[in-house]
Design a binder for this molecule. Sequence first.
Ligand SMILES: C[S@@+](CC[C@H](N)C(=O)[O-])C[C@H]1O[C@@H](n2cnc3c(N)ncnc32)[C@H](O)[C@@H]1O
Length: 252
Amino acid sequence: MRETQVSMKSEQDERVYGSGNENLPSNTVTKERLRAYYDRFFESSEFRHYDEGATRKILRSLVRKAGVGEGKTVLDLGCATGFYTDQFRHLGMSSVGIDISSVGVSKARAKYPDLPFVVGDAARLPFKQSSFDILFMSGCSLTNTRDFPAIQSFFGSLTDYILKGGALVVLSASDFSGEEAPINEWIYHTYDEIQRYVDRDSVQVRGPYVTNLRLLSKVGRIALNRFTSLVLRKIPGRRRWSVVYFIGKKGS
Ligand SMILES: C[S@@+](CC[C@H](N)C(=O)[O-])C[C@H]1O[C@@H](n2cnc3c(N)ncnc32)[C@H](O)[C@@H]1O
């Protein structure tokens, strides 16, 4: 197995897995249902992504916009079957994936046996604080709530795991309708609701940037700024946009 620079909590810490992270949008029943939902999903399916070339351009733009150089460490939160974890490795980063679904993680390990994958809860990370340059979260199930202080608290607690100068990069998608998808209870928050994901008094924030991943793969960071966000939001009609946040520790 490829050596990772990231240290896990000690055995004793693992028994108190998640202590100190209690102000979270965590509801055991919901998490169990989520885990069961994704276990079933991964038994027969995979998430679809852009091809590897486009994906690497997208991830490179995100990493650069985060202000993090090459050869750094990244934790892929909710890594599913490991696609992004592997793509980060191809960018020269030391990557680790974590997912609550053991079925997803088993598939990830089978596909990428030389990468480290952990079964675990993003809200109860089994790593030491200040372990990663980037925490990457794409398609964050834990924002599927309208308890915005809980989301703020969750993102705030994740910044504890970022090294100085690093960032939590949150990539989500919404049509800004405010509606809930009947199949998987995914909430498509309005733009105003998305702005409430972060408490700007306690963390350093850039975003939310509204973008399109195909555009991002073509034009790079120009697709990640306030002007582009504004223009895209003015386009009439209901369509699903990508939304990106860069969140860091205050003063870092
Ligand atoms: C919508 S999928 C996104 C997968 C992948 N990040 C991507 O963008 O293709 C959400 C993933 O998050 C995982 N997940 C949900 N809740 C989680 C939690 N509390 N901790 C860790 N992973 C979680 C699910 O098992 C699933 O793999």
